[in-house]
Design a protein around this ligand. Structure first.
Ligand SMILES: [Zn+2]
Ligand SMILES: [Zn+2]
Ligand SMILES: [Zn+2]
Length: 84
């Protein structure tokens, strides 16, 4: 599972890339006119990993790429659940 932020445009944070030259952001979806991502609270989404038998749902929660407090709290919560 992954901890991600979702932009108001509906796409995940990793879909957005910033252009250091112009200072603008663009979304990977070319139909999306998002130029300035606005992120709410992070959420946990399922992820898959490849095995010899194919792909299976990842039950491990990966550390968030984002280092904000909300992501850290969500990660602590998610990993606590796995141990319990
Ligand atoms: Zn978008
Ligand atoms: Zn966006
Ligand atoms: Zn975050």
């Amino acid at each position: 599972m992954l901890i991600v932020h979702r932009c108001e445009c509906g796409h995940l944070d990793r879909w957005h890339s910033s252009n250091p030259l112009t200072g603008t952001h663009s979304c990977a979806d070319y139909r999306c006119r998002c130029a300035r991502p606005v992120y709410g609270t992070p959420e946990v989404i399922p992820s898959w990993r490849g095995t010899l038998d194919g792909t299976c749902l990842d039950t491990v929660t990966h550390p968030p790429e984002c280092d904000c407090g909300d992501c850290a709290a969500l990660f602590a919560q998610a990993t606590g659940k796995e141990v319990a």
